[in-house]
Design a protein around this ligand. Structure first.
Ligand code: ADP
Ligand code: MG
Length: 375
């Protein structure tokens, strides 16, 4: 009994087939603790999702499965937790990185959703990713960092203005909420039709203020919907907070891929890990014939991910309902439940959660302190 290894347990768990228990999220790191003594197995598993769905039925089924796989075990004490890990620089207990006045003290992970080009579906992906993560039980915030072209208020159907209150010498803003996520956008603060004509530093300043002056509270993920390209706002963001990573959105055709490559390289250059590529507008399925059309070609996103050795998080089809949902303020994850589109988006969100987990649990590189010993 004592010879049981983590990988044996992981392999057994991979055979689980329970809805609500997403075995695709399991890695060796998910097995936090295990002890096998006197035919009793104590086992703690964490999944990188907040895990509102984890319940006793799932726990019992997993215990049964393990008993079948390892007949010598008579009793299992299973502790199954859903928990999003924090980026190392966002860990409050990490005194090296964490200062009392650090930004976003309650936020575990900060993520940029970026692309080289506009119109490829960044905002669509950012909104649906945020909503899908929240549906899985995570606490999620969304910052519309596209100061010159804010589309989040429309896409989430929010027309209110955020409440503001005085906190000592500063004003604090309370984010608005819809579909289970907290949101802030310049679109809540300025007139719908008035163009934002600020200079670069002012736009970057606005994004900074969304971090410093908004009451985010505790979040598993804070997602930034970025403007296109690699300009001031991107630079300000990477210089202001330690991002957990970036998600790059592209369409399959070469003109979009060229710019996606640039965006990806920018993040790599400033040491922000690219958590993965999402290919949007991957294909179209004709509703009358069910035939698939690759309007912008096929395989561009997954090809790019292979070329640059970053994970491919999934491909989202073109569907008029995605656009209509965006215009009506109802994200696809909510609008058309049980369909291919919802499934694809939830898959993208879970692949994303897994990449965050992998990044956050990677062993930290050893820091050697070189002492000056020639007195
Ligand atoms: N997969 C899709 N199918 C159909 N329409 C889409 C899809 N993705 C995005 N759109 C639409 O394309 C337009 C541009 O998308 P958006 O998310 O605003 O791009 P970006 O933020 O990169 O500029 C929006 O009208 C949106 O609703
Ligand atoms: Mg956008």
């Amino acid at each position: 009994m004592s010879g049981l290894t983590k990988s044996e347990i992981l392999n057994a768990l991979k055979k689980a087939d329970e809805s609500g228990f997403n075995k695709n999220l399991l890695t060796l790191n998910s097995i936090k603790d295990f002890k096998a003594n006197d035919n009793i197995l104590d086992l703690t598993i964490t999944l990188p999702l907040a895990g509102s769905e984890i319940n006793d039925t799932i726990k019992n089924k997993i215990s049964e499965l393990l008993k079948n796989e390892f007949p010598a075990i008579e009793k299992i004490n299973l502790n199954l937790q859903g928990k999003v890990t924090a980026h190392k620089d966002q860990k409050i207990e990490n005194p090296v990185f964490r200062r009392k006045d650090a930004l976003l003290p309650g936020v575990k992970n900060t993520i940029a959703v970026a692309s080289g080009k506009g119109g490829v579906g960044k905002s669509t992906v950012a909104v649906n990713l945020a909503v899908a993560l929240a549906k899985d039980g995570a606490s999620v915030g969304l910052i519309d960092a596209d100061i010159y072209g804010p589309s989040i208020p429309l896409m989430l159907g929010i027309k209110d203005k955020p409440r503001v209150y005085q906190d000592k010498s500063t004003m604090k803003m309370i984010p608005l909420e819809n579909y289970g996520i907290k949101v802030i956008s310049i679109g809540f603060l300025v007139d719908d039709n008035a163009p934002v004509i600020w200079r670069g530093p002012m736009a970057s300043g606005a994004v900074k203020q969304f971090m410093t002056d908004v009451e985010w509270g505790e979040l598993d993920y804070l997602i930034f919907d970025m403007p296109p390209g690699t300009g001031d706002i991107q630079l300000t963001l990477v210089q202001t907070i330690p991002l957990t990573g970036a998600v790059i959105v592209t369409t399959p055709q070469e003109v979009s891929l060229i710019d996606a490559r640039k965006a990806l390289k920018m993040f790599t250059r400033v040491n922000v890990p690219v958590l993965g590529i999402v290919e949007n507008m991957s294909y179209f399925i004709a509703p009358d014939t069910g035939k698939q059309y690759d309007i912008f070609g096929t395989g561009g996103g997954s090809g790019l991910s292979k070329e640059l050795n970053v994970p491919f998080l999934g491909g989202i089809p073109i569907d008029p309902r995605i656009r209509i949902g965006g215009d009506k303020g109802i994200p696809i994850v909510y609008d058309i439940p049980g369909t291919e589109y919802e499934k694809v988006m939830i898959e993208v969100a879970r692949n994303f959660a897994k990449q965050v987990e992998i990044r956050n649990t990677k062993p930290e590189p050893k820091v050697e302190i070189l002492l000056d010993d020639d007195e």
